[in-house]
Design a protein around this ligand. Structure first.
Ligand SMILES: [Zn+2]
Length: 143
């Protein structure tokens, strides 16, 4: 097992399904933050078998709406002085702004770059969202 030093202050995104860590890293633009970031892949886990973990030093403002859409197993721990001081709940968001695009090709959000897509949760089990602009239902499907 690779030993990785605990971070003093920052965020640990834990219980990421194995294989999704790099994808989340890219989706949340963690490489652009300018903070030290560690991505651990295929770490043995009692709950998941294998999991990925992301540790971000000196940064706590992660997009939990995005994480909730990616996986309900994900946990977000806020670290201060090497201890977990807060666990941020990750849940499927009721409202989503700009994280994915509308499935309707004629929707204004797909033709006008200045209109940020806005969706309201339609069905949590299938991750189906209704578009604010055209009322088309889009299912969030990560590849
Ligand atoms: Zn739409």
């Amino acid at each position: 097992m690779i030993e990785v030093a605990a971070i003093k202050k920052g965020t640990v995104i834990d219980h990421i399904a194995a294989g999704q860590g790099l994808w989340i890293f890219n989706k949340l633009n963690l490489g652009q933050l300018g903070h030290p970031v560690v991505l651990l892949m295929n770490v043995p886990s009692k709950r998941l078998g294998k999991k990925d973990i992301i540790k971000i030093e000196n940064y706590t403002d992660v997009d939990t709406a995005m994480l909730g859409l990616i996986g309900s197993s994900i946990t977000v721990n806020i670290i201060e002085n090497e201890h977990v001081v807060d666990k941020v709940p990750v849940f499927i968001p009721d409202e989503v702004r700009g994280l994915f695009s509308c499935g309707n090709p004629r929707c204004v959000t797909n033709s006008d770059a200045y209109v940020i897509p806005l969706f309201h949760l339609h069905d949590a089990r299938s991750l189906a969202y209704v578009c604010e602009y055209c009322e088309e239902i889009t299912k969030v499907a990560w590849k």
